[in-house]
Design a protein around this ligand. Structure first.
Ligand SMILES: N[C@@H](CCC(=O)N[C@@H](CS)C(=O)NCC(=O)O)C(=O)O
Length: 283
């Protein structure tokens, strides 16, 4: 989502997700309550699983794929995020005092020099490093470099095209200096939106042919943090009925299958928002 959230974008999202929010909260509570504690049944202590990782304090916006990225990752990594919905609060004095960039996702962690961290990819990298989650973010320098390259390429090249192509339909504000943000004639804005949509094909193909290189995921046989970032980003394209190539549809389905509920739950919020804006557009 663009850096300047408008009031028009606030309302539908808040309405779109309350059920999902309640479900998520209920599931998280159920998850957080262990059935049997090692203390209560000493014989089980030897077999007991290692203590759960502490919850990650995450400020997030449900309709956003930047946020979906970290929400999926935290669940997939078993980090049980303690989520706070920041909708409408990112510009509050309290939020700005902690995060002058007013961006979500944002985590809070005492170990961080400034207590908070934003940027979805940096958050995943930090949490993977902190908890030794090599499965999602390999340590070997060459392998890690490929994951980093895929994520930087996404944030620097693919995402701006996706934003210009989808934000008008999503009702999100565009970035200052862009046609979509200006007072240009609607025809010009529509031309710019179409040009961005057409530009998506090239980087998309690069993810397929170069980064995946015949493997199921950028991370090889199992999804890496770069795959979570890519899958979440592609979710937005549904709002403009973008015709994803066959490989991309299969890739997204494989990602969701591998990650299960960890993916489906946060994706449900994004999909719910998209369904909402599409139904509004038809009405
Ligand atoms: N590159 C950043 C983008 C973050 C971003 O644009 N966040 C938007 C939501 S998608 C936001 O929090 N906007 C609220 C605001 O600017 O007040 C990332 O990947 O985390």
């Amino acid at each position: 989502m663009a850096k300047t959230a408008t009031k028009s974008a606030k309302k539908p999202a808040a309405k779109a997700a309350p059920k999902a929010a309640a479900k998520t909260a209920a599931k998280m509570t159920a998850k957080a309550a262990p059935k049997v504690t090692a203390k209560a049944v000493p014989k089980l202590a030897a077999k007991a699983k290692p203590a759960k990782k502490p919850a990650v304090k995450l400020s997030m916006l449900r309709p956003s794929v930047n946020n979906m990225t970290v929400r999926v990752f935290a669940r997939a990594a078993g980090l049980d995020p303690a989520e706070t919905d920041a909708w409408g609060h990112t510009r509050s004095p309290e939020f700005l005092a902690r995060n002058p960039a007013h961006l979500t996702p944002m985590i809070e962690d005492k170990g961080l020099p400034r207590g908070v961290l934003w940027e979805s990819c940096a958050i995943m990298q930090y949490l993977a490093n902190k908890h030794g989650l090599e499965k999602f973010y390999p340590k070997a320098p060459a392998k890690r470099a490929m994951i980093d390259s895929a994520m930087f390429y996404l944030v620097g090249t693919l995402y701006p095209y996706v934003a210009r192509a989808t934000y008008p339909a999503l009702g999100f504000p565009q970035y200052a200096g862009e046609v979509g943000h200006s007072d240009a004639h609607p025809d010009k804005k529509s031309e710019a939106q179409k040009a961005a949509m057409a530009a998506i094909a090239e980087p998309l193909e690069v993810f397929h042919s170069f980064f995946r290189n015949g493997k199921p995921f950028i991370g090889g046989n199992s999804p890496s943090i770069a795959d979570i970032r890519l899958g979440a980003t592609l979710e937005f394209l549904a709002v403009v009925d973008y015709a994803l190539p066959k490989w991309a549809k299969e890739y997204m389905a494989a990602l969701e299958k591998k990650l299960g509920k960890a993916y489906a739950e946060p994706a449900g919020d994004v999909r719910g928002y998209i369904a909402h804006v599409k139904s509004q557009a038809k009405a």
